[in-house]
Write a protein that binds this ligand. Sequence first.
Ligand code: ADP
Length: 446
Amino acid sequence: MFGKLLIANRGEIALRIQRACRELGIPTVAVHSTADAQAMHVRLADESVCIGPPSAKDSYLNVAAILTAASITGADAIHPGYGFLSENAGFAEMVEDHGLTFIGPSAAHIRMMGDKITAKAAMASLGVPLVPGSPGAVADLTEAAAVSETIGYPVLIKAAAGGGGRGMKVAHTADELSEAWRVARAEARAAFGNDAVYIEKYLDKPRHIELQVLADAFGNVVHLGERDCSLQRRHQKLLEEAGSPALTGAERDALGATVCAGLTKLGYRNAGTLEFLYQDGQFAFIEMNTRLQVEHPVTEMITGIDIVREQIRIAAGQPLGYTQAEVKFSGHAIEVRVTAEDPETFAPSPGRVDVFHAPGGLGVRVDSALYAGYVVPPHYDSMVAKLIVHGTDRPTAIARLRRALEEFAVVGIKTTIPLHQRIAADPAFNAGDYDIHWLERFVAGE
Ligand code: ADP
């Protein structure tokens, strides 16, 4: 096992990783920007190193500073969390070149899945079903028009290097194609420095269903069931459930068997998530995330498996130690992402938190780095807390979510708690009757 682990992240996920390390008996090193000197992840770490000024590109994305911090503290492993450097194959390679262990998959697999075109090609070759679309990158508008005619409008133009919902534009008709083409490419170039795009059929009422997997270095691959992340705004998830209210256990098991066989063949190692759109009883792969995901806790709640602990054990060369048949699902879990934003306009609301009272009780978990007196900096992601509830079934979990949201007090900054209360009270949500477009209409008051 590792002697000391550096966490190249901040906020709730840095705490989440610290908790797993503490339970495993591994001392931790926190890194932080000058804006985060008072942050909870710094306070709770065994050691901490300041790695730069507030701007993420000069601190949490500063590879040289992070590697230096690892070297001077004697850390022998780095966990990247999510976001920042977590899907940067070059970083993973550099960590290994410095004789440290990167807690995640191989750089080759990060690279393969980081480009959605190569990811889709790899999955197709493993027998995983895809969304209909262009076989690869689309070179120009003429080819885009030809592909769109073949698959039929509406179509979605997507950035090969995409993430966070950026570089994605819909063309409902042939008339809209050239504008969507121009905007998607410009956004892709600005956000990712890569304007390669591909085209997919734009599905009108899919659910976003993803499968969590764990794979060790000995060819053992298991899935931990699905998460339904259909409640999205601007292609960003706001609420996630495990399992999906739309899926039967048999459908999950069949998908799981295909995916686990595919990843075994690929030689994938560590945690990963395959994302699918699910419509009319069909799954279609859209991308694979080669890292820990924000919404991993709902899976932990229904399986009892600590995914971060498993990531660390796998990276340390330990076998999983259990089979698919030994992974048991129990009850239902829901996570809501609480952001420091106005719940109606979504305008950012950083600043001082005067009161912070997290809900508790049976089946309630709060992953947050907030505390009373903390000043939420304006420089980073707006998510300030995750509230996760678990119940014996979905109605019990929803009742618990409503109760926990009522107890949750964050005073001083605006948060999206009131929005989550409205969602939790909505009849369509309670019926499990929603798709990826539902929340946009709900927020618009339609
Ligand atoms: P990113 O990496 O930017 O998150 P994804 O490919 O994961 O991009 O897609 C994000 C979200 O966009 C999906 O969860 C879904 O809501 C929507 N989306 C992606 N592809 C399609 C599609 N072909 N049809 C309809 N919606 C889509």
